[in-house]
Design a protein around this ligand. Sequence first.
Ligand code: FMN
Length: 325
Amino acid sequence: MKTRITELFHIKHPIIQGGMHYVGFAELAAAVSNAGGLGIITGLTQKTPGDLAREIERCQKMTAKPFGVNLTFLPTVTSPDYPGYIRAIIAGGVKIVETAGRNPEPYLPALQDAGVKVIHKCTSVRHALKAEKIGCDAASVDGFECGGHPGEDDIPNMILLPRAAEELKIPFVASGGMADARSLVASLALGAEGINMGTRFIATQEAPVHEKVKQAIIAASELDTRLVMRPLRNTERVLNNAAVMKLMAKEAALGQNIKFEDILEEVVGVYPKVMMDGEVDAGVWSCGMVAGLIHDIPTCKELIERIMSGAESLIRDRLGGILAF
Ligand SMILES: Cc1cc2nc3c(=O)[nH]c(=O)nc-3n(C[C@H](O)[C@H](O)[C@H](O)COP(=O)(O)O)c2cc1C
């Protein structure tokens, strides 16, 4: 399958693994890229630019295929050393960056001068248009279903993707709620040129996270995520657990007066405990509604091949058959 996304990133299949905190290590990125998709290392999971440089090197030892690095621009007071991370990306020879969070404009010249292609992940058409205007090469359009931060507009992909197709000239992938061949074919029909998956890739053999995390995703249904931190305008879709219920009780009690300091216990330092130690109730962690469609733990190669062969038969047999009827 050839799309503007496979051409842009020199990959075989139009399937991207989105950056994920404490999940997107070299093992997963390399496995996805080796399977013909685009694997992405999560930049900020590496504590320093030096650590990121070493993670990039590790990934290069595991794959000769293209892979990317995610840079998430956080709404924090003390900013991470983004210029340092960008230097590590460029010096490491990485040619693809997935940006997310805030507007990546200040960092684009350095990346573009080094020949790095930028795909910006955003949750609205206006942000995707802005990404196009400032010179991003592609967009990852993240619908309301998505695990992580869906923004504040609450537009699901059935509407968001065709709206993006109406407005954008740069290619875009569909992100949020993607799990299988049906997701890919539907996304192509809605105007996207591929898919970006987060939650689905956590439940794979190579995802370097605790087995309990994978089992929690398999056990979850589409009804088991919650939106937290909306009063802070930092909405996050997470898997429901005891800590989420505690946080939501605080939100109900404090209303619009809630401050970040009120929920530190549920949100700070949670990811290493959940992902590495398997303490799945330790705090709030991102997970998409798509958990309801995840029932197994394949290798990345099995997953990607299943999606691609399933998509081909959906297009040729099911859709072609309907036309021929
Ligand atoms: C556990 C987890 C951690 C995530 N961490 C990040 C992150 O650090 N930066 C980022 O840009 N997106 C992050 N995301 C979002 C994913 O890259 C992707 O956009 C999202 O998962 C797509 O929705 P899906 O889970 O329905 O596939 C995370 C998602 C999950 C599930």
